[in-house]
Design a protein around this ligand. Structure first.
Ligand code: AHR
Length: 836
């Protein structure tokens, strides 16, 4: 079963069904002719990407496989008919099949799954063989299940299809699947919810045995960390607290984007970019405000509405700053104000004087009085009026030039150029052991023929005073970054979180959306040197000795002491779009050799497998449906223990093109939780893991789903946030073996050796509760505390309006001699904690 669905930044259009079918056919024809097309060749033929082609091949293979299975033994089944039934996937069935096959001989049954989007309960009752009569829960979230087996009875809830709901209402439950897209035979008996509930209740509790005395291996102390990427306005307009959008007027060369002219009560002025009046060599233009006329009682100025709103919270103090110079001996004053978007209500205002014909930096403190409600429909205005001076002082033609116009609310720990406290605190509460930054695709940038690697993250342009940072277009995610959140700020964040920095460096490979396929997005070997130097300089900046020049820059930026020794990730997803061979041949090799020679203490991370050099850590990314991700709970069970350590640098359950949805439903998060039990159980080899992406500005999202949603005023954790928190905050230092005599649950357990605290995670991805007997072998505990994240429906999710719909609650259990009965709720993650 293909479960790893690599992200495709160029997804198929919604009307691509015919095209997909044509591509599948093309591949099947080519395979039948003995010359199967590659993903790239198929993509090229349909003018699509290699990933697209590969995905069509996977589908075509599944089709073929399913057709072969249709011919399987179906003897004895009388209600045979095709069914392509939207339900969850048979994760547990797979497990059960394997388990039964090995323990009792003979396969249980066959169910294949395909992925897509419904959230429906499903049980499969095995009707034959050793497992006959057993109920097997099937993961029930958001995917298309293709039943291929005629040896099961499927109990599908009646709300699956309207006709079934109607049938239930009428009391006549159909006995045959009537699903659309019939393609293969399947014998199903449809039962209504009551019947399936009865089935559920009838099953015996399973026993989960946790061996508290025989740890399997140590838990990686760095297992749970964070991946921050500048995507979905996670940084600019998000965690980076700057409120002014396009503060340095560098976003557009033709107009002062996001700025508006203010001409109150008949005042007249123009605002334009002025390339003749640059602040410095980096900020190569400024904004010129030219007064045409401003009489008493009038005002002219420029206004900025922030990133999709400018948040104002009563009682807060805001720090404004800007560079200004003026013509004609105009010295001011300028009025600086935070006001509502229409300019009717001024929240706070200040005056700034002393302008000259040379650039100076001005600051103003704006206190918004307490009382009233927080709001976002506001703007920041720098204006000129006559109240502070004589009319002649603002003669027509007077000009004021402005640069780096900045407004900060209170920041985390009052750090200058700092971060939003609510968002940093949410990260802190995840107890992260590392912080990977600044991306992802953001590190790489998009290939552009005029400047092939010009939109990569160039760390050297992201340090120093903010007026020395030009900013750059975040081409990967289509918005401007002022780079106020630069290398220094990322390192300070890691420090505040007490997390090891994991820094992604550009490794000579950008993203080519046009997929020309000639490798033009790859830096040729002869040109790679400067990028390797950049990486070495970066390391010097982070940990360099007192004598080094980049260390001096770090000290000037405010941190004389070295930062914590980082891990260096060489590139990002270098297997994509044909990057592997150059990565193996020279890109990874050059970076690896140079870093190791200069800094042997630094651990490097490869983004795809290489043979040319040793791999210390390999970063794997897994995005897929919740079902498929849950299957991956077993991915690392069989990984070579002599190979590199694994960093699961990005993973999440996704639903197709859900770009506009900030945080996902519980069912998705439970797919992640199931997967995480496998990470924890295999944390001898999986040494680091981080969910992705982290933040999403609600309504301004390029990627769904994400862990934390926010708007200009508040932030909230999605269900995935609480899954992450429950895992990361309840982990010991040794993994304990867990065995079960049943199926349907995903489990892992760890013990904190010093305290004897045992944390056992149990994930139920099904829509029915499961009774378990918990047996903590070697323990006499009689009390257990359970943190439970659950909801009767897997679609339940948190939102800005309802941020606590899905949050953990506490249940206390009483038992004896380390044994407890526990009803594992439907759709749930439970963390059971005892003291051995
Ligand atoms: O997390 C979003 C993107 O997914 C990352 O930028 C990239 O590494 C991956 O493809």
């Amino acid at each position: 079963m293909d479960v790893v669905v690599p992200p495709d930044p160029d997804p198929a259009p919604p009307d691509g069904a015919d095209e997909n079918a044509a591509a599948r056919k093309a591949w099947r024809d080519s395979a039948a002719a003995g010359e199967p097309l590659t993903g790239k060749a198929l993509g090229d033929r349909f003018k699509r990407s290699e990933w697209w082609g590969r995905n069509r091949i996977k589908e075509a293979r599944r089709e073929l496989q399913a057709e072969q299975e249709t011919g399987d033994d179906v003897a004895g089944e009388t209600d045979q008919q095709d069914a392509r039934v939207p339900v969850g996937a048979g994760v547990e069935l797979e497990e059960e099949r394997r388990r039964r096959a090995s323990s009792r001989g003979g396969p249980l049954t066959r169910v294949n799954v395909n992925t897509a989007g419904h959230n429906l309960p499903m049980w499969i009752i095995c009707t034959r063989g050793a497992a006959a009569g057993r109920r097997v829960d099937v993961f029930t979230s958001a995917d298309m299940l293709t039943l291929t087996c005629a040896q099961v009875n499927a109990h599908l809830a009646c709300e699956l299809f309207p006709q079934r709901r109607r049938a239930r209402e009428k009391g006549t439950v159909p006995t045959r699947c009537a699903a659309p897209g019939r393609r293969r035979r399947c014998s199903c008996r449809i039962a209504d919810s009551a019947a399936t509930a009865a089935d559920a209740a009838a099953t015996d509790p399973q026993t989960l045995t946790v061996d508290t005395l025989s740890p399997a291996h140590a838990v990686s102390p760095t297992l749970y960390g964070l991946f921050f990427e500048e995507i979905n306005h996670a940084g600019v307009g998000g965690m980076y607290a700057e409120l002014i959008r396009n503060r340095a007027f560098m976003e557009s060369a033709t107009a002062p984007a996001w700025w508006a002219i203010v001409q109150d009560r008949g005042g007249s002025a123009t605002a334009s970019l002025d390339g003749e009046q640059a602040l410095n060599a980096v900020l190569t233009r400024s904004l010129r405000l030219r007064v045409n006329s401003v009489e008493s009682g009038q005002r002219v100025g420029i206004a900025n509405g922030g990133y999709f709103g400018l948040p104002v919270v009563p009682g807060r103090t805001y720090q404004a700053s800007f560079f200004a110079k003026a013509s004609n001996g105009f010295t001011g004053p300028l009025t600086v104000s935070i006001e509502d978007a229409g300019g009717r209500r001024v929240h706070s205002t200040a005056r700034v004087s002393g302008l000259t014909s040379t650039w100076q930096r001005f600051t103003a403190t704006l206190r918004v009085p307490p009382g009233g409600k927080p709001s976002t429909n506001n703007r920041f205005v720098i204006g000129i009026d006559q109240q502070g001076g004589k009319p002649s002082e603002v003669a027509p033609g007077t000009s004021v030039w402005l640069q780096v116009v900045s407004l900060f609310p209170p920041t985390y720990n009052d750090e200058p150029n700092g971060l939003r406290p609510d968002m940093v605190e949410k990260l802190k509460a995840l107890n992260p052991r590392f912080l990977r930054f600044p991306g992802g695709n953001y590190v790489q940038g998009l290939y552009d023929p005029s400047d092939p690697w010009g939109t990569r993250f160039d760390w050297k342009k992201s340090i120093g005073p903010i007026w020395t940072r030009p900013g750059h277009y975040n081409a990967s995610w289509s918005y401007w970054s002022d780079d106020g959140l630069g290398l220094y700020e990322y390192l300070r964040l890691a420090e505040d979180l007490d997390a090891t920095p994991v820094i992604g460096v550009f490794a000579g490979f950008s993203i080519d959306r046009q997929r020309i396929g000639n490798g033009r997005e790859i830096v040729p070997e002869a040109d790679l040197g400067p990028y390797v130097e950049d990486a070495l300089d970066l390391i010097e900046y982070v940990i360099g000795p007192v004598t080094s020049p980049w260390r001096a820059r770090r000290a000037a930026d405010g941190h004389p002491e070295p930062f914590a020794t980082p891990l260096i990730e060489i590139g990002n997803e270098d297997n994509a779009r044909g990057g592997s061979s150059s990565y193996n041949a020279y890109r990874y090799a050059r970076f690896h050799d140079a870093i190791k020679a200069a800094y042997p203490q630094i651990t490097t991370i490869a983004t795809t497998a290489v043979t040319s050099r040793p791999m210390e850590v390999l970063d794997e990314h897994l995005y897929s449906s919740p079902t498929s991700l849950a299957v991956q709970a077993h991915r690392y069970d069989t990984y070579d223990r002599n190979g590199p350590n694994i960093f699961v640098g990005e993973y999440a359950a996704r639903r197709g093109n859900s770009q506009d949805i900030s945080t996902g439903p519980l069912g998705y998060s439970l797919g992640e939780a199931a997967f995480m039990t496998g990470l924890e159980r295999n944390s001898d080899i999986v040494t680091m893991a981080s969910y992705a992406p982290l933040f999403s500005f609600v309504g301004q999202t390029q990627w769904g789903f994400n862990m934390i949603g926010f708007d200009p005023l508040t932030s909230y954790g999605g269900a995935s946030y609480y899954v992450q928190q429950m895992f990361a905050r309840n982990v010991g230092d040794q993994v304990l073996p867990v065995t079960s005599d049943g199926t349907g649950l995903f489990c892992s357990s760890t013990i904190q050796t010093a305290t004897g605290e045992v944390h056992t995670k149990i994930v139920n991805t099904g829509n029915s509760p499961q009774s378990v007997r918990l047996d903590f072998a070697g323990s006499r505990a009689s009390t257990a505390r359970v943190q439970v994240l659950s909801d009767p429906g897997p679609e339940a999710s948190n939102t800005l309006a309802d941020p606590t719909r899905v949050i953990p609650r506490i249940v206390d259990l009483r038992g004896s001699d380390g044994q407890f009965s526990y009803q594992v709720p439907a759709n749930s993650l439970s963390v059971v904690t005892i003291r051995r």
